[in-house]
Ligand binder design. Structure first.
Ligand code: 13P
Length: 288
């Protein structure tokens, strides 16, 4: 059964580790993330962007697929199904469709409007026992056609949003979606520290987990980050393994063209990336 992300993130923040949010794109992705979480006895959050939701034939299809897998694969670790960077309308649709968690990304609105819309969604989520993530200070880079400049959040605005009763808060600290450019200045730990001081026990979320050096990940966790989002890194692993298979001519040998064979190396590569991240984040054996 899907669960809200509240309990797993409260435990993570108190225990000084982070739970990974891995974005899913299709059946292989979902299966790879769920099986790895189960093997490592780790809680996990499946992230679905609005674009990925559309690609997978809508939120109801995603809910059906994930619930089916939880049952048929005997997944017993805590799993949250979470809308990533949702619009106000998208969040409402996911709540209806059976997601256990949503992110409302109002970071591009003026703060008053972000507060107003977040507040409404907090009350709906509270009523239904779902977790909700809000964002202050946009995350840089491009995601599903939405381009953020990447700014550092104002800690006072973070407190205003945290006080609305959200479950977890994403604060921009110089992080970027996708690969980091060579001239990236690194995460602003000064901002993160100030945000944590203002928001206390609130689990903080680090977006753009791909390519952040290990020491920065560990420092971020020590400053209150309890959820780390990873998307691009699984895509790169999947693509590299698939490329290797095809370039080696394996699809031309015997029944190597069978999708169950063709997609197997990519599937294993996602599993390996997810395992590496769960070990780095410290969520292994934290399922109960
Ligand atoms: P990356 O694609 O950089 O890993 O970022 C993922 C993310 O933050 C999803 O919200």
């Amino acid at each position: 059964m899907l669960v809200s992300a509240k309990e797993m993130l409260t435990k993570a923040k108190a225990g000084h580790y982070a739970v990974g949010q891995f974005n899913i794109n299709n059946l292989e992705w979902t299966k790879a993330v769920l099986l790895t979480a189960q093997e490592l006895n780790s809680p996990v959050i499946l992230g679905v962007s609005e674009g990925a939701g559309k690609y997978m034939c809508g939120y109801k299809t995603v809910v059906g697929m994930v619930n089916g897998m939880l049952e048929e694969l005997n997944i017993t670790v805590p799993v949250a199904l979470h809308l990533d960077h949702g619009s106000y309308e998208g969040a409402k649709k996911c709540i209806e469709a059976g997601f256990s968690s949503v992110m409302f990304d109002g970071s591009h609105y003026p703060i008053e409007e972000n507060i107003e819309k977040t507040k409404e969604l907090v009350s709906i989520c509270n009523e239904k026992g779902l977790s909700i993530e809000a964002e202050v200070g946009s995350i840089g880079g491009e995601e599903d056609g939405v381009i953020g400049k990447g700014e550092c959040a104002d800690p006072n605005e973070c407190k205003q949003i945290a006080d609305l009763g959200v479950t977890m808060l994403a604060a921009g600290i110089g992080n970027i979606h996708g690969k980091y450019p060579a001239n990236w200045e690194g995460l602003s730990f000064e901002t993160l520290d100030a945000v944590q001081q203002k928001t206390g026990d609130m689990p903080l979320v680090l977006h753009g987990g791909t390519g952040i050096p290990e020491d920065m990940i560990k420092q971020a966790i020590s400053l209150g980050v309890a959820k780390i989002n990873v998307n691009t890194e699984c895509q790169l692993s999947f693509a590299a393994a698939t490329r290797k298979y095809v370039e080696a001519g394996k699809d031309l040998e015997g029944k190597g063209f069978d999708p169950r064979k063709l997609l197997a190396p990519g599937f294993e590569a996602i599993k390996a990336t997810v395992k590496e991240k769960m070990e780095l984040f410290g969520s292994v054996n934290k399922a109960n």
